[in-house]
Design a protein around this ligand. Structure first.
Ligand code: NI
Length: 178
């Protein structure tokens, strides 16, 4: 298994619309395992393939307290069961350090396939419903910061751009020392 690099806002590759998974092979298995390792290490509750620069419709999620309930959703789609909205302070591994309140339908039915290509449907509510919708947004090139005001989004963008510049300078000076 290997830890993968996570793309960070405002990286334009996060805006790519992912295409369906059609081949269920050992390469896909390896990608799923690497995504779980990356998500657990980053202490996230969900990760979309888009975030690791693989533009296929695949999500890994674990919203359990003990981090022992890994869920895989391939080619996921959802239907709203309960239109009532639920508010969560959402964060994202691609927008590190920022949390904003987003409202989404609180109960959904998710249809997807598992890692063997078998289709299933599950009801999801609360944090799982929020997480699935947040991750499916990633597959469509959408981020939670798209739901907040332009002003707030710009502020997050410029702060992260500054961080990225700093870490690039850090990397360059490391190279010089070698
Ligand atoms: Ni995210």
């Amino acid at each position: 298994m290997a830890k993968l690099d996570i793309l960070e806002f405002p990286d334009p590759r996060l805006r790519t619309k992912a295409t369906p998974v059609t081949v269920f092979d050992s390469k896909l298995e390896a990608l799923i395992d690497d995504m779980f390792e990356t998500m657990y290490e980053a202490q996230g509750i969900g990760l979309a393939a888009t975030q690791v620069n693989v533009h296929k419709r695949l999500l890994v999620i674990d919203v359990s307290e003990n981090r022992d309930t890994p869920l895989v959703f391939i080619n996921p789609e959802f239907e709203i069961i309960e239109h009532e909205l639920c508010e969560y302070d959402e964060g994202c591994l691609s927008v590190p350090g920022f949390y904003e309140t987003v409202s989404r339908p609180q109960k959904i039915a998710v249809t997807a396939t598992d890692r063997t290509g078998e289709q299933f449907t599950v009801a999801a509510e609360g944090i799982l419903a929020t997480c699935v919708q947040h991750e499916i947004d990633h597959l469509d090139g959408k981020l939670f910061v798209d739901y907040i005001s332009t002003l707030k989004r710009q502020r997050i963008r410029s702060k992260l751009e500054k961080e990225h510049k700093k870490s690039e300078i850090g990397r360059a000076s490391c190279r010089e020392r070698v």
